[in-house]
Design a protein around this ligand. Sequence first.
Ligand code: NCD
Length: 306
Amino acid sequence: MARMHILAADQFDRGQLEDLFKLTDSIRTKFGKNKRELLKWHRDKMLITLFYEPSTRTRLSFAAAATHMGMSVVSTENAREFSSAAKGETIEDTIKVLEQYVPDAIVIRHHETGEVARAAAVTDVPIINAGDGKGEHPTQSLLDTYTIWQHHKMLDGLRVVLGGDLLHGRTARSLSKLLACFDGNHIVFNTIPELQMADDIKEYLTERGVTFEEQPDMKKAFTGADVVYWTRLQKERLPEGVHIEQTYTIDSKAMSYLPDSAIVMHPLPRVDEITTEVDDDPRARYFDQAGNGMYVRMALLDSILS
Ligand code: NCD
């Protein structure tokens, strides 16, 4: 992965993912034993984070990952308002300028689909897509699959329920693509008709022999599931004038449909689609999942920068 742009989940194959998960584990172990050792890894390097959309986990876990490996981080947290984008500068021009400051990688989140790819087209500096509109969120899907692998010790033959806003969210799209790198997974889309997964992802799965079904009934969807991956209603991405009611909450009753061996995941932020009473259930893994983000991003940065 040396000096590669990270733009979409379909650029990864099974071998790369397994290597990345093993590297994540070894970084985690090293970090636990002697975290100062890691400070030497990328001491002379610099990361720029350029975020045009709100973020808590993605931006801060990238910054933390880089800092723990000795990198310096130069950052703008609200580029839509505070960068020259507000004056009409194109992303291409912005990147051509940032290049002059000699960063080793640039992490970008953008509100428009495809905009991060446009940035990558004008530079050799590795560009990492931290979420672009309704498109992709590849590094989130890396930490999502790592979390599944950590729990189930494999990523084959799983029944994975994807629920919530599958139409406007980008995390379930990228995760679907990564699940297709493994064998025998079955995806259950459990949502309301207005928020169903888009056809391009269904076609992607079909082409790769991944079976899937649309199952609107939560009890039926959850029965026998290995993983439930839930997402919030992306209100900020609904077309103007469109109002959709959030009617797909996971509560204790919904948890009773799930096997003991299942895990419940969520990219966060959670709004009201998982009640807080679920947090104490040992199957609720969303906070651990968020914690994994930093280690996975350390492994990713190391793979790109080494
Ligand atoms: C997600 C995103 O930005 O797409 N958040 C994240 O990166 N963990 C999910 C969301 O905002 O709903």
